[in-house]
Design a protein around this ligand. Structure first.
Ligand code: PEP
Ligand code: MN
Length: 337
């Protein structure tokens, strides 16, 4: 349930309603908009349905949210959310480009990649330290050593970092080393991980599960917001279909659909969505044309030698060319890069 307050509702009006909701054993989340505040009610709503909330001073109307997600919905927060991390804003007019290897391999290679990422105008370095590989025999990542390398390189080069967390017990540790925690497709419904990240209040990039519907995807985001963390960036990374030519099928529908349903920013991962480096640039252009707020793209100085996902990694030259092309599309749709 969402309680929309009148534009002229006083602080006392707002507090009276919050107290009432709390007295019924339910929780509230307040979205203070430019014009008016909106109170989201969380918990067993049957208790509150019988209350004549619209009779309270300051209440404009009460919306029964039909969608199962509330806090992520545009009904709860009509304005798009901007996630500000240091000097980067995700969800604003400017398109944010994140680039880097699939996995952090060693200090020298990551530094070399980071310099290229920076040179081409991107602002966030990606790279996994904990790799949830399909095979237990594939490279599993450098672990904490990788996080240290990531932090050192980002500090040296001047980039933000995004890296995956796979275990709720690592959330606190990650916060020391990285700017954005990534929840991978395979963990989209790892609810303990989502709740822990929710409690941490740190920025998170939540990837869509390979079998998840848009609704399930948004419900996973709801887990994080319901714990009080609104710093969520969604990421469409392709879903599994009957098509086998590509690694996944990029669901371009998800981008504008999520913009309608939610206030959260959404970025696209064209690397995992396609699995082929030759498709990454055209899909990046399409993503931005469809309204994505940014891209997270795999790039390696020597894709042929990458320890993981070399076949879908751009080399620095192609990465730079991709950003140029995406810049032209961004301009065409009223965004900047
Ligand atoms: C990744 O970004 O490194 C990754 C493993 O992606 P996904 O979780 O989307 O498969
Ligand atoms: Mn990868």
């Amino acid at each position: 349930m969402i309680i929309v307050l009148k534009a002229n509702a006083s602080k006392e009006d707002k507090q009276r309603i919050i107290d009432k909701v709390h007295s019924l054993g339910l929780q509230t989340m307040v979205s203070a908009g430019v014009e008016r505040s909106i109170i989201g009610v969380i918990g067993e709503e049957d208790k509150i349905r019988v209350q004549p909330l619209e009779a309270y001073p300051g209440v404009e109307h009460v919306i029964e949210v039909l969608s199962p997600f509330k806090l992520v919905s545009r009904e709860f927060k009509p304005e798009s959310s901007n996630i500000k991390i240091k000097d980067v804003t995700i969800g604003g007019e400017k398109i944010v480009i994140m680039g880097g290897p699939c996995a952090i391999e060693n200090l020298e290679t990551l530094r070399e990649i980071a310099l290229k990422v920076k040179e081409s105008g991107a602002t966030v370095l990606r790279g996994g330290a904990f790799k949830p590989r399909t095979s237990p025999y594939s490279f599993q990542g450098l672990g904490v050593e990788g996080l240290k390398i990531m932090k050192q390189v980002c500090d040296e080069v001047g980039l933000l970092s995004v890296t995956e967390v796979i275990d709720p017990r690592d959330v606190e540790l990650m916060a020391e080393y990285v700017d954005i925690m990534q929840v991978g497709a395979r963990n989209m419904q790892n609810f303990n991980l989502l709740k822990e990240i929710g409690r941490s209040k740190r920025p998170v990039l939540l990837k869509r599960g390979m079998m998840a519907t848009i609704k399930e995807f948004l419900m996973s985001a709801e887990y994080i917001l319901s714990e009080g963390n609104f710093n969520v960036i969604l990421c469409e990374r392709g879903i599994r279909t009957f098509e086998t030519y590509t690694r996944n099928t990029f669901d371009i529908n998800a981008v504008p659909a999520i913009k309608i349903l939610s206030h959260l920013p959404i970025v696209v991962d064209p690397s995992h969505a396609t699995g082929k480096w030759g498709l990454v640039t055209p899909i990046s252009r399409a993503a931005i044309a469809a309204g994505a707020d940014g891209l997270i793209v795999e790039m390696h100085v020597h894709p042929e030698e990458a320890l993981s996902d070399g076949t879908q990694s751009l080399n620095p030259e192609n990465f730079e060319a991709m950003i140029k092309q995406v810049g032209a599309v961004a301009q065409a749709v009223g965004r900047t890069i």
